[in-house]
Design a protein around this ligand. Structure first.
Ligand SMILES: Cc1cc2nc3c(=O)[nH]c(=O)nc-3n(C[C@H](O)[C@H](O)[C@H](O)COP(=O)(O)OP(=O)(O)OC[C@H]3O[C@@H](n4cnc5c(N)ncnc54)[C@H](O)[C@@H]3O)c2cc1C
Ligand code: FES
Length: 295
């Protein structure tokens, strides 16, 4: 069992929370770009979440997650001192580390968390990291200090202009790539955020011919490469994000298919969340069960 040792709420609407969890073996092994799969209860769904930070000395793993449905809502209700039933990882292939020179990281919304861990490692490998982080509005931005600590340059955008520069992260990406066109210092772009944002990060870098990694987040079931739920098309070939990814060449990904497949079960997901909320109102312990035990 893995104990929660710290928790914070970064925003309410939508609810975005941070948890630090005791998981010494994972903290010792995890590399940038990898994820864990957790389960809160015996009957619970498995949720993949990216490792946002680690503290190998204290044996801690940091996650940042948005409550979008039943399982993330259940996770969000756990408190410091509670234990997570299953906590498996590190999973997925780590970000390929190299001496790239300069790397342009573009992080959107909840994608700020995974980009942090990758940027931290890129810096350790001696790379210059230029960071662009953005969100819809100021209240949804988090980790400005942590991102500054792992970046040589930091640019912040908000869609509504409430903080930093008014506009989308891709506008800054475009400008930086144009500025760099002659020098050619930027040898890699890493874009992580909502699929639509990653699609446009990749489209923006394509004309400049700069290699671009994106981290895909399809629905996962077993996370072992056996069930096929997380299949995506990359360069015309079927790939499984849980074992072949989560990172892929952004210029090769079929983002439209990814977004369509993410929306396969909206009715079932809505019904499951509704049921969870209804049960919760009748349960003493606040976990959403009928009778005081986890369901
Ligand atoms: C490798 C990987 C890493 C991830 N890392 C993070 C992370 O660090 N932080 C974080 O907040 N989320 C992350 N996700 C997404 C997270 O796993 C889902 O939000 C979660 O599983 C949804 O479960 P649920 O039961 O709460 O919602 P559900 O009831 O299953 O779904 C509710 C809504 O969320 C959408 N949804 C479901 N699964 C996903 C998904 N995988 N990606 C995007 N939308 C989804 C559904 O279409 C639906 O609209 C990651 C996903 C993958 C595959
Ligand atoms: S989640 Fe089953 S194959 Fe990837």
């Amino acid at each position: 069992m893995n104990r929660i040792v710290a928790k914070a709420e970064y925003s309410r609407e939508p609810a975005v929370k941070m948890m630090q969890i005791e998981a010494p073996k994972i903290a010792a092994k995890a590399k940038g770009g990898q994820f864990i799969v957790l389960r809160c209860s015996e009957q619970g769904e498995r949720i993949p979440l990216t490792i946002a930070d680690t503290d190998p000395e204290k044996g801690l793993v940091t996650l940042v997650f948005q409550e979008v449905g039943k399982s993330t809502a259940m996770l969000g209700q756990l408190e410091v001192g509670d234990e997570i039933l299953d906590f498996i990882g590190p999973l997925g292939k780590p970000t390929h580390m190299d001496d790239y020179g300069t790397v342009l990281c573009v992080a959107g919304g909840i994608g700020i968390a995974p980009v942090h861990n990758i940027a931290k490692e890129l810096k350790k490998h001696g790379n210059k990291v230029i960071m662009v982080m953005g969100a819809r509005t100021k209240d949804l931005l988090f980790w400005e200090d942590k991102m500054r600590a792992v970046s040589d340059e930091l640019y912040i955008t908000t869609d509504d202009g409430s903080y930093g520069r008014h506009g989308l992260v891709t506008a800054v990406e475009q400008e930086l790539l144009e500025k760099d066109r002659d020098q050619g210092d930027i040898n890699l772009v890493i874009g992580i955020g909502p699929p639509i944002m990653m699609k446009f990060v990749a489209k923006t870098s394509e004309p400049f011919g700069v290699k671009t990694f994106v981290s895909l987040n399809p629905i996962m079931v077993d996370a072992t490469g056996m069930c096929g739920a997380c299949r995506v098309t990359v360069g015309g070939k079927t790939r499984f994000v849980c074992v072949d990814g989560p990172e892929f060449d952004g210029h090769q990904v079929d983002f439209d298919e990814l977004m369509t497949r993410q929306r396969i079960y909206p009715e079932q997901e809505k019904a499951s969340l509704e049921l969870f909320r209804q049960k919760q109102q009748g349960c003493d312990c606040g976990c959403g069960c009928d009778n005081g035990g986890l369901s």
